[in-house]
Design a protein around this ligand. Sequence first.
Ligand code: IVH
Length: 654
Amino acid sequence: MSCASRHLYRYHVLDEPEVSDAEYDRLFDELKALEEEHPDLITPDSPTQRVGAPPSDRFRKVEHLTPMGSLEKVTDDESLFKWADDLRKRLDSDEPVAYVLEPKIDGLAVNLTYENGLLTRGATRGDGVQGEDVTVNLRTIPSIPLRMHGDDAPSVVEARGEVYMPLSGFRELNERIAELGQKLAPNPRNAAAGSLRQKDSSITASRPLAIWAYGLGLAEGLALETHWDELEWLREHGFRTNPFAERLETIEEVAKRCTDWERRRAELDYEIDGIVIKVDSLEQQRILGALHSRPRWARAFKWAPMTAQTKLLKIAIRVGRTGALNPWAMLEPVQVGGVTVSRATLHNEEDINRKDIREGDLVIVQRAGDVIPQIVGPAGRHAKGTKPFRMPKKCPLCGANIVKPEGEAMHRCPNRACPSRGLETLINWVQGPADIEGVGEQLMRRLWELGLVRSLPGLYRLTKEQLLELDGFADKSASSAIEAIEHSKRTPFSRVLLGLNIPDVGWVTAQSLARHFGSVDKLAAATQEEIVEVEGIGPERAEAIAEWFSDEENRRLVEELKALGLRFEAGAEERPVEGPLTGSTYVITGTLESFSRDEARQALEAKGAKVGDSVSKKTAGVVAGESPGSKLAKAEQLGVPVLDEAALKDLLAG
Ligand code: IVH
């Protein structure tokens, strides 16, 4: 394998690049120059040979060596269990049945034929018997090996998989399309299919396509016993197989995982529309056979799609606690991925206009990457009479003139007394840093509207008598709310810092500041230069922090809260501890069984470790509990070690 091929493989298949993109480009150019000088050295699997075939007018029909079936679906546990029962009856043996689960990628199936290890043909599924020959286009996809690894390839073998477009690539592609004023791709699957059917393979090459290989077609001469072996065989021979595939021993576990995945799918950078469940044993598969080209040994557990179209009723504005104007979309309620969606975030004016969406438009809504739905773009032409969106000139709450600071994307209300800022700060405080039980957004809104609480100090002056005047409060509930508020005065210093709403101070920064300075007095007295010394804080943020503390009104706020009894000194829990894990940073995701996330954080910190918010190459490990977030995928992508609860306990035990 050439050097460039190896790096292409490491980057696109293993996701473990060894060299920078620039270094790869250099190697590629070097290879190209060498081949130009010595054309006799060019091999068909050279990375230079991925693009360059002349455009074709139409795709030839080709027959697959073995037909490509399709999957019968199940949509709930009941039909899943019924299937498992049926399997047992048909197999009529004591042999246990094990299953392999794989994400059902929402792309398009392709069949790759390798002869003596070399990719000779790639075709779409078509009707399962005949597909279209799209070899030249498939060759441009970097995660498809042009030559299989190893020297034990059978003379002919068919590898099968799903070609798809990652969501990040899909969004970028649509942004490019929008800039050209052309019609957007409605979803990633369409975009992948369109990209693969380009007449000019250099266009396909410019699209961010990838493959997950999920099985073999014709595989004569391979002595494999299970589907799991097939996946391993594919992996060993240079194919990209999905890291989330797993083998399970019981149908109950299968059902549980299918339910888990419906929630987790939003964390992936590609769309899945279900889980494919396959009987693992190839012998059992053979006995079970197929019905109308649908194997009895496999099922697709399917969910509702993750994109939908609906009407954008109105673009509303919410003024955040930093004064930023956050536009959001009021949508005609629509089902997306099994959830009713009636609102979506819209980042800022620029973003709205780049996506070219207007009030009254039919838009494409997507739930992906996170739980908050996004608007991809208009579903077609603009509705008649619609206008491009403009931010209001005046704050919708206080009427102050809106400003847009140079170089910033956000519009802001400059009025520090603007009601929204105080209210949002309060809501954030009770739900986030102070986490006051039984005191939430609804109550804060009511207290604000009645003028009973208009600031953080105001919250701590609230009385039980005042609460009793509110509808829905009785003696007991009012007492417990006041008690909970009182109790929150014990909120640790770092959390108090987080709640003060200092620009750009998030959880990790607040903690670093609390540790470094130890008290608010020292922090407030620190210069920008002194703040820069805190790990992870750059000069700009340091300046913003110093500026915040030099403001008279902010100082008064701190003094007032101090007088009310809130903590402005770091407690023991915030002091860094020297221990066996000093110098390493861990990230926690998902729900752990025997610890809360906070407890796990404290336990790690007690051993000297830091606990961060985001995964990077420097992260020593990611502790993943039940239903982990996208951080797990990120860790897997970067090759950061993943610890389950048992491994965490071992680590803590030293
Ligand atoms: S196995 C006999 N595995 O689902 C069918 N299919 O309706 C064997 N798909 O056309 C297919 N991810 O496009 C299989 N991990 C996976 C899959 C998968 C997506 C698609 C494929 C196929 C359709 C079946």
